[in-house]
Design a protein around this ligand. Structure first.
Ligand code: FAD
Length: 381
């Protein structure tokens, strides 16, 4: 068992770190307070080969591993927390499920623009009546000549006010076996996007409405029975969420460390107080533990898709630790940490969301408990 990065991985981390230090760190604060997608960053990352890191070279990717993508997203997040969203969008998010299952035609149509950083894909899974119980989704795909008519609505989709097209989970028939997915372009007839609302993090989302929206047969990503495959792809999204949560916790930790080393009260640096030292000791242990679980999950990937159990454990730990450490770091920095002049309060707001998004902490614990007891517990009434 090896707990350190290889020489190649260390060299890659250094290269991404240098790029992020020069190109992304300046402007990091302003970027965090912009609700829009940083398209300029996306283009720079594309030029740098940071979009499609794990995708096959024949698909325009870099042919790297999931661990490489985790290294990249962390190195970026440690210099510019918001820019890590671009690494997510170009490697871990719905783009990953898309590249796994898309037909050659679908890839030809969309992938080049996604990897060039000039287009973005959104994910429509959650519905007003189906959040944690995602398999209760109602958005229907009804067979008609040449394709399907889509009816229903989706909520909370990341990047929905700007996404060019969406991967939409739909119901072709009853039960889990009836669930699959389709690709729908923003301008499609019968597809409306509501007014944007803001999350606590400042991110915008808009409700998606489908009313007899026609989707041609060649825009089906996964037909009936596709749900399990979609969730395998979604586990990569969870690794991206875990990586960002942990990296934002570490970002706040490093800011707080600098503050504790320089801020003087009662005639000495505040790091001299044991009450402050113990906070840092606890934060350091939590960060280390979460980091190892994250690497275990990323390292577990077979053909790029990580183990469901390892991913669940890593997400639970990274989401919890990311938020707890960011929050404690803010406390160490007093009013300076609470002020929007520092990125630490942003890290607290962002890490809070990942405790809900992509499988809430409670749902993750349900899944872990099933492994503990080697039994499935039916959550339904
Ligand atoms: C920042 C952010 C980004 C998101 N991005 C997307 C996106 O891109 N696409 C998309 O489709 N969705 C997205 N979502 C939605 C997200 O997937 C849902 O919020 C999540 O699945 C939880 O659903 P819910 O919010 O409806 O909560 P609910 O399902 O209503 O749950 C409410 C509470 O009850 C708990 N709970 C529910 N069932 C159980 C149970 N069986 N046992 C114990 N506790 C339970 C939950 O953990 C939660 O605390 C995003 C959400 C956030 C916050």
């Amino acid at each position: 068992m090896n707990f350190t990065l290889t020489n190649e991985q260390t060299a890659f981390a250094d290269a991404v770190g240098k790029f992020a230090e020069k190109e992304l760190k300046p402007g990091a604060l302003a970027r965090a307070h912009q609700s829009t997608y940083p398209w300029d960053v996306a283009k720079k990352m594309s030029e740098q080969g940071l979009l499609g890191i794990t995708f096959a070279e024949k698909d325009g990717g870099q042919g790297g591993t999931l661990m490489d993508a985790v290294i990249a997203i962390q190195e970026v997040a440690l210099r510019c927390p918001k820019s890590a969203d671009v690494v997510q969008a170009g490697n871990f998010g719905p783009i990953r499920t898309f590249v796994e299952y898309a037909s050659d035609l679908q890839k030809e149509k969309y992938l080049a623009d996604l990897l060039a950083g000039i287009k973005i894909i959104g994910l429509g899974m959650s519905e007003p009546g189906a959040g944690s119980a995602v398999t209760e989704l109602q958005t229907s795909a009804t067979k008609v000549d040449g394709g399907y008519l889509i009816n229903g609505s989706k909520v909370f989709s990341t990047h929905s006010p700007e996404a060019n097209f969406f991967l939409i989970y739909v119901r072709f028939g009853p039960g889990v076996e009836g669930i699959g997915s389709v690709l729908i372009e923003r301008e499609s007839e019968g597809f409306d996007i509501g007014q944007p609302s803001a999350f606590m993090s400042g991110e915008l989302w808009a409700q998606l409405y489908f009313e007899n929206c026609f989707v041609a047969n060649d825009m089906v990503l996964l037909g009936p029975g596709g749900f399990k495959k979609q969730i395998s792809g979604f586990n990569v999204e969870r690794i991206g969420n875990s990586s960002r949560a942990l990296a934002l916790g570490r970002y706040a930790f490093l800011q707080a460390k600098e503050y504790a080393l320089t801020r003087r009260q009662f005639g000495k640096e505040i790091c001299e107080f044991q009450g402050i030292q113990w906070k840092f000791a606890e934060m350091a242990v939590k960060l280390d533990a979460a980091q190892l679980l994250l690497y275990r999950a990323a390292g577990s990937a077979q053909d790029g898709l990580p183990s469901a159990y390892d991913t669940t454990v890593a997400k639970y730990m990274c989401n919890t630790v990311g938020f707890e450490v960011a929050n404690e770091a803010l406390q160490v920095m007093g009013a300076s940490g609470y002020s929007q002049e520092s990125l630490v309060e942003y890290c607290v707001r962002r890490t809070r969301g990942w405790m809900i998004a992509g499988g809430s902490l409670e749902i993750l614990k349900n899944r872990i408990a099933e492994d503990v007891f080697e039994r499935r517990f039916n959550q339904r009434a």
